[in-house]
Design a protein around this ligand. Structure first.
Ligand code: NI
Length: 136
């Protein structure tokens, strides 16, 4: 019997989508407005879902307080009110698309969570555009 526990979170961040090895024109044709050299911001929303067995002693799959603290220390403290391209080392050589951001978030949380727990992260870049990653 597996139960999924989810926690929502939020951060604001700026980014620019481009490849330094492409011309401005090629970046413009692929990334459009997201290639704005002066960056642009998003209000990112996050859902972190943890699936596992219910601990018979506590009745918890995961202590939500601990999950909340991991999201704060690993994600919000690093990403909130930051320029992802400049301030976050993971994106120094990685284009901060929603797809790449969700994988970075997953990897950071997976590293601190109990290895018996399955993890899925969904990242909303806008209310209508969102991506998910579960380690597959
Ligand atoms: Ni953007």
């Amino acid at each position: 019997m597996k139960v999924t526990v989810s926690r929502k979170a939020h951060f604001n961040a700026a980014h620019r989508l481009y490849r330094p090895d492409w011309s401005f024109e090629k970046n413009d044709s692929i990334f459009g407005k997201c290639n704005n050299p002066n960056f642009h911001g998003h209000n990112y929303d996050l859902t972190v879902s943890v699936t596992g067995d219910i601990d018979p002693e506590t009745g918890y799959v995961v202590d939500v307080k601990i999950l909340k603290d991991f999201i704060k220390s690993e994600i919000e403290d690093s990403f909130d009110h930051k320029n992802l391209n400049i301030d976050v080392p993971e994106f120094k050589n990685l284009n901060p698309t929603a797809e790449n951001i969700v994988v970075v978030i997953y990897d950071k949380l997976k590293a601190v969570l109990d290895s018996n727990l399955a993890l899925e992260v969904t990242l909303f870049e806008t209310p209508r555009n969102f991506v998910s990653y579960s380690g597959l």
